[in-house]
Design a protein around this ligand. Structure first.
Ligand code: URA
Ligand code: SF4
Length: 212
């Protein structure tokens, strides 16, 4: 399939995009998901955060980061001095990719392929063009690789303010910087959860201070 490009409206704001994404057939992921989950938050946000893709709860509820990872993110927002309603929160891929679970169990998230990330990126580009944040925060490797290239390593460069790459073409007024950190769901899987959480929160503090 040819990607999302043909489904992204040429004009209109975030709400027009959020409606149009429900009709996207840019890759096969729409076939099994409940709905697309578009970004949410302030259209004038100075910080735009990018996750991977909706999870089980997000797919059902239709909003980004409303499940377990979202609760970790909310705690970190609070302690870093960021507010959900003043940032813009989205994902690289807008439909949930999963393997079916046993009856009654949460469906198991599957990592989107590089081709699916590429297919969906026009939606993220549209969000970046409309919101025009100063800083982009990549939550996890999928977002970091989508924006900073396949060879980018979150483990090596996390928490560091970097120049926003020119390779990601947003016209003349792109974001100034980008900062990558781990995905909040990796905090929940860590052997020392509290240490992993504090490192994550400190990265968000660096982000908050950069626009502060
Ligand atoms: N994980 C993500 O990357 N995004 C969400 O919206 C929820 C979980
Ligand atoms: Fe379109 Fe992205 Fe959904 Fe694929 S995952 S159908 S490209 S919105």
């Amino acid at each position: 399939e040819a990607g999302a490009e043909a489904f992204v409206p040429a004009t209109g704001g975030l709400s027009a995009m959020a409606s149009a994404v429900q009709t996207c057939r840019g890759c096969a992921l729409h076939e099994n998901a409940t709905q697309a989950v578009f970004g949410e938050g302030s259209a004038r946000a100075r910080v735009l955060l990018v996750g991977e893709q909706p999870g089980d709860s997000e797919d059902v509820e239709g909003h980004p980061f409303v499940g377990p990872a979202g609760r970790t993110l909310d705690r970190a927002f609070r302690e870093a001095g960021l507010r959900r309603d003043e940032v813009y929160l989205t994902n690289v891929v807008k439909h949930f990719k999963f393997v079916p679970a046993e009856r009654g169990k949460r469906r198991i998230h599957k990592k989107p392929s590089a081709a699916e990330v590429r297919a969906c990126t026009p939606w993220l580009t549209a969000e970046l063009r409309l919101v025009r944040p100063e800083l982009v925060v990549c939550l996890g490797a999928t977002a970091a690789k989508a924006l900073l290239g396949e060879s980018f390593r979150v483990t090596r460069h996390r928490g560091v303010l970097l120049d926003f790459p020119e390779s990601f073409d947003l016209g003349e007024r792109g974001p100034d910087s980008v900062l990558a950190t781990v995905h909040p769901s990796s905090v929940l899987r860590a052997s020392d959860r509290e240490a992993a959480y504090l490192d994550f929160r400190n990265d968000l503090r660096t982000a908050a201070e950069a626009v502060g």
